[in-house]
Write a protein that binds this ligand. Structure first.
Ligand code: ADP
Ligand code: MG
Length: 373
């Protein structure tokens, strides 16, 4: 008896794969040419090695197909042939742009012109407040070079794991305070990320969006970096952003930058609706004098900008020590709706729900920005 690869292929062509109801060869499941090795010494068996490729590791027909393949080879080539069958799985490709988050209803970018005005504070508290209102919420920290969410959610030591789903390895977001959360901060130290080139940051960001198991969400909040960066462009080219909320302090320099942020979203090639403005640090209130308001960054600057830009002012959040302290300690104030500040964020969440619903009624879905723009 002499064995050669075609004999093995002929044997495999007699085995039907129940997934396609065609034989293994027609189903293109024989990954490589079968390997055949002659006996090393008289009386030793012929050895055959076959690699079969299945659509996924959870394939219900995997075991029965492997058994049938082994039996067919022995039947055709001799019962004493030593058969090894290895299995491989197809890795399904990442979904295309436009089909990445099929279970996500609304995507909201939290933006500002200037850094340090409270985007991350607003994003974290808004996400928690929406979750407390009963919505399914995801939060993506897109500030690759300065991630702050792991600390604000007190999950700095978490290391998200991956699961196999539909032939793909998907990162499972961390769940904390009812919010599904991902941040580059879970994967690399901030010092490593600051050394990255722009391309590495954008590809990491795409992974956090497209290669994660976000599932069904009512609101997907994107905490963005300051300004109008590569990261913003990547977001606009990757996701149909329902709308942007712009955070600013009432200070003139912050307002000037907020205007630039608004202009970016309103650019005719971008066309992402501005859902409204949030005036953060609207006034300072000391804990011991809760009735007092000190307008240290100026008074109602965002209110005026909102009128000028014809967008709603969604909230005025005071500058209070507890907002800063609770952010640092990983227990954002929105967790406590008995506090005045917690309530301010619950009210903000309600205002966001209202403007998003109105936006969805009145305006068509956002189109993703093309790559050549
Ligand atoms: N309303 C507020 N009251 C007190 N501190 C605040 C308030 N908003 C933000 N902060 C603090 O200001 C700093 C910058 O806020 P952050 O949310 O990180 O801004 P950004 O994300 O825009 O850079 C943080 O230390 C934060 O705790
Ligand atoms: Mg931030």
């Amino acid at each position: 008896m002499t064995l050669y690869p075609q004999l093995i292929i002929d044997a495999l062509a007699t085995v039907t794969y129940a997934g396609t109801k065609k034989n293994l060869v027609e189903s293109k499941m024989v990954a490589d040419t079968p390997a055949v090795s002659a006996p090393q010494n008289p009386g030793a068996p012929w050895k055959v090695k076959v690699v079969l490729e299945f659509p996924r590791d959870t394939d219900p027909f995997l075991r029965s197909t492997v058994k049938a393949a082994e039996a067919a080879i022995k039947y055709h080539c001799g019962q004493d042939v030593e058969v090894t069958i290895e299995t491989e799985f197809k890795t399904a490709p990442r979904p295309e742009v436009g089909q990445m988050l099929p279970g996500v209803k609304n995507i909201i970018a939290v933006s500002s012109g200037k850094g340090g005005v409270g985007k991350s504070t607003v994003s974290a508290n808004l996400a928690i407040a929406l979750a407390r209102l009963g919505y399914r919420v995801g939060l993506l920290d897109t500030d690759i070079f300065g991630p702050s969410m792991p600390k604000m959610f007190n999950v700095e030591d978490e290391r998200p794991y991956a699961i196999k789903k539909d032939g793909r390895d998907l990162i499972v977001p961390v769940e904390q305070y009812g919010v599904k959360l991902l941040s580059i901060g879970f994967f690399v130290s901030p010092t490593t990320a600051t050394l990255w080139r722009g391309g590495m940051a954008t590809s990491a960001l795409k992974q956090l969006i497209a290669d994660a198991d976000w599932g069904e969400l009512d609101y997907f909040i994107l905490d963005t970096p300051p300004g109008t960066s590569d990261i913003h462009l990547t977001l606009l080219q990757t996701l149909p952003i329902t709308g942007a909320v712009i955070v600013s302090t009432p200070q003139q320099v912050a307002l000037a930058d907020a205007r630039k942020g608004i202009d970016m979203y309103r650019n005719e090639k971008v066309n992402v609706p501005i859902l409204g403005l949030i005036e953060n640090m609207a006034w300072f209130t000391p804990a011991e004098l809760p009735e007092n308001r000190y307008y240290i960054f100026g008074k109602e600057g965002c209110k005026q900008l909102a009128e000028e830009m014809n967008v709603p002012l969604l909230a005025q959040i005071p500058l209070v020590q507890s907002i800063c302290d609770n952010g640092d300690s990983g227990t954002p104030v929105a967790l406590n709706s008995d506090s005045a500040t917690g309530l301010a964020f619950i009210n903000l969440a309600q205002a966001v729900v209202t403007v998003v619903n109105r936006r969805n009624k009145e305006q068509p879905a956002t189109k993703i920005v093309g790559m050549n723009q």
